[in-house]
Write a protein that binds this ligand. Structure first.
Ligand SMILES: Nc1ncnc2c1ncn2[C@@H]1O[C@H](COP(=O)(O)OP(=O)(O)OP(=O)(O)O)[C@@H](O)[C@H]1O
Ligand SMILES: [Mg+2]
Length: 386
């Protein structure tokens, strides 16, 4: 007679096997079917994968074997791998999404804090800082998502090491119409670069031509169809300028708070201020300003103000006056070779070199954001006016 007690113990052990993409125990995902243990101590486990050719299949099966084999009394493990039926999969995606299925989970009323990082001027370090901030927040123990909303010049996959040796971005797994974001350094990441056919990317240099409505649909799809789960923080890396994407984000996520990035230069500060004003016009709150590419700290400790000084404080002051509530300067991140090379190598400096002055500045912002907690204020906004 098979041992029911032992089978329960095996099932219990399988509850500690996490689906690496969905990031939940496989038992909660109904991926475990029959579990029996024969008199000879052989565990027989029915494992149901979400889709055919599931990229995580080998990992999950290996973890299942290891978990079952570690149960005292189990002498061997047999895993029967099958694939969920269409109905089982539909039940799973509906359950993960929660009630009201295909609605966008991050709008007003959501407990997730949403920050959109914008700048006006290009090349000021939005993507580099947003990626590092996301990694630093995840290192603080928060559940973090990152949307690379820079459809023209996506760079997040590279900065976070989500590319292969040819620079082709990792591809998200799809479970029906649910998209599972790749995870890097604890951050769930989605980028348009993950949906571009590598052939096309090499012939166009990765360039994507988008018109406004298509952009809006894509951003909306990222917010709706990508399964991020329950996030503490969602960061959005915006393209430079005050164009269609910023306006779409303003419409889709009026609750998003905006972080304005500038360099210390007066000319950059003017443009940065404008991007903050556009956010205010769409009803968003500007949370703060980050100055990037501030004075380079030389090995002897002296500071070289390569791009001048004062732009960050200036933008913060001007936006405070316009908003009527304080827009603080959150950090001044110095020019840093380690920050730049970490971005090139896909190894974020906040983990690779935490004592680097740029790391320290970014981690201080992460600490400040982490201390805000969940967006409880958003709760009151659950009612929509008629
Ligand atoms: N503090 C810094 N010190 C040194 N290099 C930096 C710093 N911040 C960013 N960089 C480098 O500057 C370049 C531009 O940065 P990044 O791509 O993050 O800017 P961006 O604002 O996202 O640009 P775009 O407008 O094109 O999206 C990158 O090569 C990055 O490594
Ligand atoms: Mg960028």
């Amino acid at each position: 007679m098979p041992s029911a007690g032992l089978a329960d113990a095996v099932r219990g052990a399988l509850g500690r096997v996490i689906d690496p993409e969905i990031r939940k125990p496989i038992t909660e995902l109904d991926m475990v079917g029959r579990v029996e243990v024969t008199d000879a101590g052989e565990a027989e486990i029915g494992l149901k994968l979400t889709i055919v050719g599931c990229p995580a299949a080998a990992t999950i099966e290996g973890d299942v074997r290891a978990a079952a084999a570690a149960v005292p009394g189990v002498a061997g493990v047999r895993v029967d791998v099958s694939v969920m039926t269409k109905e089982e999969r539909a039940a799973l995606t509906a359950r993960l999404r929660g009630p009201g299925q295909r609605t966008m989970p991050f709008g007003p009323g959501s407990l997730t804090r949403v920050y959109a990082v914008t700048s006006g001027k290009g090349g000021v370090g939005k993507s580099t800082l947003t990626a590092n901030l996301a990694v630093a927040l995840a290192a603080e123990g928060l559940s973090v998502g990152l949307i690379d909303a820079d459809v023209y010049g996506f760079s997040i996959p590279g900065i976070l090491g989500l590319v292969d040796e040819n620079g082709v971005a990792a591809r998200p797994t799809r479970v029906d119409d649910m998209i599972l974001p790749p995870v890097a350094f604890g951050v769930k990441v989605i980028s348009i670069g993950m949906f571009i056919d590598p052939e096309q990317a090499s012939s166009t240099g990765g360039a994507v031509a988008w018109r406004g409505p298509m952009l809006h649909r894509t951003i909306n799809q990222f917010l709706t169809d990508v399964y991020f789960g329950d996030l503490d923080v969602l960061l959005l890396d915006l393209p430079p300028g005050t164009g269609d994407v910023a306006i779409s984000i303003g419409q889709l996520l009026p609750n998003a708070e905006v972080i304005v990035l500038t360099t210390p230069q007066a000319a950059a500060a003017d443009v940065a201020e404008r991007s903050g004003l556009v956010a205010m016009q769409t009803g968003q709150h500007v949370y703060g300003v980050i100055e990037n590419m501030a004075g380079f700290v030389t090995p002897d400790g002296s500071v070289l103000d390569i791009f001048g000084a004062g732009g960050g404080a200036d933008v913060a002051e001007r936006l405070t006056a316009r908003q009527g509530t304080e827009v603080p300067l959150l950090a001044s991140v110095p020019i840093s070779v380690a920050l730049r090379s970490g971005g090139d190598a896909g190894a974020p400096v906040v983990l690779a070199d935490p004592s680097d002055p740029a790391s320290a500045a970014i981690r201080a912002v992460a600490g400040r954001l982490a201390h805000r907690g969940r967006d409880l204020a958003g709760r009151k906004l659950g009612l929509s006016p008629r």
